[in-house]
Design a protein around this ligand. Structure first.
Ligand SMILES: COc1ccc(/C=N/Nc2[nH]nc(C)c2C(=O)Nc2cccc(NC(C)=O)c2)cc1
Length: 268
């Protein structure tokens, strides 16, 4: 099927959805079909200045071929002299980061958390089968579609609210696994660690190794130094303890995560 060449004139541009380091995300509607999308605008100048052209190309190449219910679609892309435009699936309920903040106790129930972890695990199985790793699964990079269906939405450029305090110049370090903190090469098992960090954060409302400065956080990560509040069930605590494991090879594999009693108990 010949590739359609898209231009900005094919779209009505709507409100700003969020800001990012390399550009902003706007609600948009394709004029002919009235199909609603999210249009992410990346500035070539910033991309050039930060030497991430190759990363942009690779991320677009990967993302445009992925088809999974829990991975945000990249439908197409186009560019002009100044910007690159990504035509992305629109997820109406916004980021999981925002949804977490909106919770009365800033945390989700065990059932809701298990549903999110199962959705993510199935997306990661799909990605790992294709040797795609390190999808940077933190709440800022996860979106909620119709009916609150979770979607991995990162391109490697986490798009964040202007006020998401956790953003540092290179993004939050809370989710880094020990091997990456030590600058060792990372394998797909980094995703298992991040899944454990996310599971903790969804249930508790803060990251397991959170502290006020990088060095403190790094120290805690390398010692796997975290505590679980009493309200966390034994089953959830068990799953987290099988993911926040120093040795990447000893982390619970994805196919066993979706069969874990805590996941099974909450997702039928
Ligand atoms: C400010 O309140 C909002 C509520 C919902 C949204 C929905 N965004 N949905 C998206 N679909 N596809 C993409 C890509 C996006 C997206 O990037 N959203 C986005 C980006 C940065 C920040 C936020 N903020 C929130 C609160 O979700 C959303 C965006 C903003």
């Amino acid at each position: 099927k010949p590739k359609k060449v898209w231009t900005l004139s094919h779209f009505d541009i709507g409100r700003l959805l969020g800001r990012g380091k390399f550009g902003n995300v706007y609600l948009a509607r394709e004029k002919e079909s009235q199909f609603v999308v999210a249009l992410k605008v990346l500035f070539k100048k910033q991309i050039g200045e930060n030497n991430v052209e190759h990363q942009v190309r690779r991320e677009i190449e990967i993302q445009s071929h992925l088809r999974h219910p829990h991975i945000l679609r990249l439908y197409a892309y186009f560019h002009d002299d100044v910007r690159i435009y990504l035509i992305l699936e629109y997820a109406p309920q916004g980021t999981l980061f925002n949804a977490l903040q909106a919770q009365p106790q800033k945390r989700f129930s065990e059932s809701q958390s298990a549903i999110y972890i199962k959705s993510l695990s199935s997306a990661l199985i799909y990605l790992h089968e294709r040797d795609i790793i390190h999808r940077d699964i933190k709440p800022e990079n996860l979106l909620l579609g119709h009916k609150g269906v979770l979607k991995i939405a990162d391109f490697g450029w986490s798009v964040h609210e202007p006020n998401s305090m956790r953003m540092t110049l290179c993004g939050t370090v809370d989710y880094l696994p020990p091997e990456m903190v030590q600058g060792k090469p990372h394998t797909k098992n980094v995703d298992l660690w991040s899944l454990g960090v996310l599971c903790y954060e969804l249930l508790v409302g803060r990251a397991p190794f959170f502290s006020n400065n990088y060095d403190e956080t790094y120290k805690k990560i390398l010692k796997v130094d975290y505590k679980l509040p009493d309200h966390i069930s034994k089953a959830a605590a068990h799953l987290i303890s099988k993911l926040l494991v120093l040795n990447p090879q000893h982390r619970l594999p994805l196919d066993q995560i979706i069969l874990h009693p805590w996941i099974v108990a909450h997702t039928q």
